[in-house]
Design a protein around this ligand. Structure first.
Ligand code: CAA
Length: 296
């Protein structure tokens, strides 16, 4: 596998393109508009600069990696040579089903179709194609260039051969793949999201404040970020939609999203991307403070 197409140039898509290009693969990055693609290239370049500044990447290797990324606004042109397509588009079931139907029609017969979904059923996505044996989950973690894990999710019909190829490819990216089966939330989010939801309930029930909850988990459990800060970083809308997948998929009330999370998403307080969630953020500034909503 040498030609990799990444669909969607947001945070996850540009991180995935970054890692493949840095490891010598030819990357076609596809999005619906050129402005999003230009922004993604600028982000990749900035993130590679961090690695150059640390000495983990040379300026020359950075330029070689950037030259391996080509951008496309046409899906057909972007995937015609792909050996592997990785979809990192919006986390919406209908969008993914429509997209995979098109990917199936437009890509080479032998191409593997992967999705970076954080919780949508791989089996359901695979059923929208004529090649369910070649559809697989390849779930990278944010920030993709930093985080070592790739959760490799086998759909009901994914073949052993395709799974082995994706496990092997992930190792070539200097990542550590873990193979899991396709049930709601897979492993990562089945465990992470109830923890985040419980942290939100702890705040909602006034057991402690935002900083106190995060400090307990950072200092007590050695987590790099507290659960409320992590929820802001992931996106509160994303957390809510994953909890809904768990709640619906298992039919168990223990996964019911905290009403505070629902209210925050409905009010547009979605975390870092909207400037405010449990904390308030200023673009370009590393420091942040507890949202005024929680200091009253
Ligand atoms: N590209 C390249 N390098 C990056 C980067 C990026 N996008 N983001 C951060 N880095 C590098 C920095 O240059 C820095 O490198 P050094 O330590 O070698 O100098 C290092 O990563 C740490 O970055 P910072 O100093 O800026 O900040 P930090 O120490 O606070 O670390 C963090 C930032 C890595 C994000 C850390 O806070 C962390 O690990 N947080 C938890 C992340 C996490 O849990 N991710 C999973 C989210 S869940 C998910 O993704 C899946 C899902 O389905 C919801």
């Amino acid at each position: 596998m040498n030609n990799i197409t990444v669909i969607g140039s947001g945070t996850m898509g540009n991180g995935i393109a970054h890692v493949f290009a840095q490891n010598g693969y030819k990357v076609s990055l596809v999005d619906i508009n050129q402005a999003a693609l230009d922004k993604a290239l600028a982000t990749i370049s900035r993130n590679m600069d961090r690695q150059v500044a640390k000495g983990s990447l040379s300026e020359e290797d950075k330029n070689t990696a950037l030259s391996k990324i080509k951008t496309f606004t046409s899906l057909k042109a972007g995937i015609e040579h792909a050996d592997l397509v990785i979809e990192a588009a919006t986390e919406n079931l209908q969008i993914k089903l429509d997209l995979f139907k098109q990917l199936d029609e437009l890509s080479k017969d032998e191409a593997i179709l992967a999705t970076n979904t954080s919780s949508i059923s791989i089996t359901k996505i695979a059923a929208a194609t004529t090649r369910p044996d070649k559809v697989i989950g390849m779930h990278f973690m944010n920030p993709v260039p930093v985080m070592k894990l790739v959760e490799v999710i086998r759909g009901y019909a994914t073949s052993d051969e395709v799974t082995a190829k994706i496990m092997d490819l992930s190792k070539k990216l200097d990542k550590i793949p873990v193979e899991v089966n396709d049930y709601p939330g897979f492993v990562a989010n089945r465990i992470l999201m109830p923890m985040i939801n419980e942290a939100i309930y702890t705040l909602y029930e006034s057991v402690a404040g935002v900083e106190e909850i995060d400090t307990v988990m950072k200092l007590g459990m050695a987590h790099p970020m507290g659960p409320l800060q992590l929820a802001d970083f992931i996106g509160l809308d994303v957390c809510l939609s994953i909890l809904r997948v768990l709640h619906e998929g298992f039919g168990n009330p223990k996964y019911a999203p905290c009403p505070l999370l629902v209210n925050m998403v409905e009010a547009g307080f979605k975390g870092v991307k909207t400037g405010e969630g449990f904390y308030k953020y200023t673009p370009g500034v590393k420091e942040f403070t507890v949202s005024p909503q929680f200091t009253k």
